[in-house]
Design a binder for this molecule. Sequence first.
Ligand SMILES: Cc1ncc(COP(=O)(O)O)c(C=O)c1O
Length: 514
Amino acid sequence: MNTQGRPTRPAGSEGVAHRTFTGNRALDMEEALIFETGRFDATGVDIDEPAPFQSRLGPHARQRGLDLPGLAEPEAVRHYVRLSRDNYSIDAGIYPLGSCTMKHNPRLNEKMARLPGFADVHPLQPVSTAQGALAVIEALADVLITMTGMSAVAMSPKAGAHGELCGMMAIKAAIEARGEAEARRVVLVPDSAHGTNPATAALIGFSVRPVPAGEDGNVSAETVKATLAPDVAAIMLTNPNTCGLFERQIVGIAEAVHEAGAYFYCDGANFNAIVGKTRPGDLGVDAMHINLHKTFSTPHGGGGPGAGPVTLSPRLAPYAPVPFVVRDGEGLRLVEHASGSESFGRMTAFHGQMGMFVRALSFILSHGADGLRQASEDAVLAANYVRASLNDVMSAPFGDRVCMHEALFDDRWLKDTGLTTLDFAKAMIDEGFHPMTVCFPLIVHGAMLIEPTESESKASLDRFIMTLRDLAFGAKAGKRERFLPAPVYAPRRRLDETRAARQPVLRWTRPAPV
Ligand SMILES: Cc1ncc(COP(=O)(O)O)c(C=O)c1O
């Protein structure tokens, strides 16, 4: 602890002549939690004592103050500004996370989302006063249906995983309507799938039967046929898949699944690689969620509030949840009740995440059909540029195969270096880069999944590639000291992530007075 009671920056500032008194390194400021720095006599607000009153809470009324530490107003402002400077963001540099992608969110989208008519709209205001907002939902729904070649879309789900839940609930409702609820209780999920897929299926009572991906990273129609049986309700297949590859046998898989009386759920998180190139509806998909944050540049909801609209085939459209927007003689209105229809019900209190809809529609309209197609092509080009530029120094699990929107490497090239994928990723932090996704997909040992997206320039990609090459050469040359203690220059060193996950400190206890 330093004299201000703040924990000092951990040792290991190689290259720094001496440790500073404050723990700060020039403008890189050490910042403790308010619990550690706050004072019990400090507050940013000054309000009058309330007039004496009789509490109706009786014995449940709080007997003493909350006993929380406080800061003066300028201290609170500085606290949050300093913390925000420790954040890495897409606005600060390339964010090469595979699978969960962050890409540039054009400020035009933000401006549109902040227009008072959209930003201040209230879900309970009369629909006659929210016609513009409903028109945005309707317009976005129309383009999503057109781009996917499906016949309906449920707009209310609030994240990709929530969209999966919605699609699978529609499938469950369709199976129940066929009187097969008891018979069809299994969902097929490839072992390369995102963890949310089996979790979704299990959450609504299905059991999960894994389907092994082949040596080439793809799921074959033959393997799917071998796992299909009369107890199968659906398959959940990601396309392009989590190895960054297009599922070449997707049409054959869809046919086999339909022949077996099951439904085809497609995890469409990676739709950003194929927009304008192919339509999932034409490939035989029955339900597919779209992660608006990946494909249409809205900020990632991180579980919400994001948006994960689900497109549905004609077979599933009748089971879509309420509410949905319809247009009739009097304009736009929301259908709020499922009774009397086949809709499986309601997933969220209201119609969805308005701000995300506005951002996505703004991205779509400002790009136009040709711009969206080019964004997909550029995303694939950027990933292949990264792949081809690193292939000679790192190992790719599926050889020289052209990838879609993300480039996948494994850890075979680190063999004999005494280093792991994690060491490599941590050393990237010292170079000022957010690491790629590591150790996912699980079927690839020590996986490194890099998704540059279409929004990085060639100059930015070159800087990234040169850095990774330099690190790779360092690893191979036995410069373990560059990796094992990394990150050395970050505000925090290597954390015990297992302990943080298993024994999180969620309670604060006021320290005894000294
Ligand atoms: C393949 C895949 N499926 C599902 C999801 C879940 O999406 P979300 O994080 O929006 O819930 C993601 C994450 O982006 C993903 O990459």
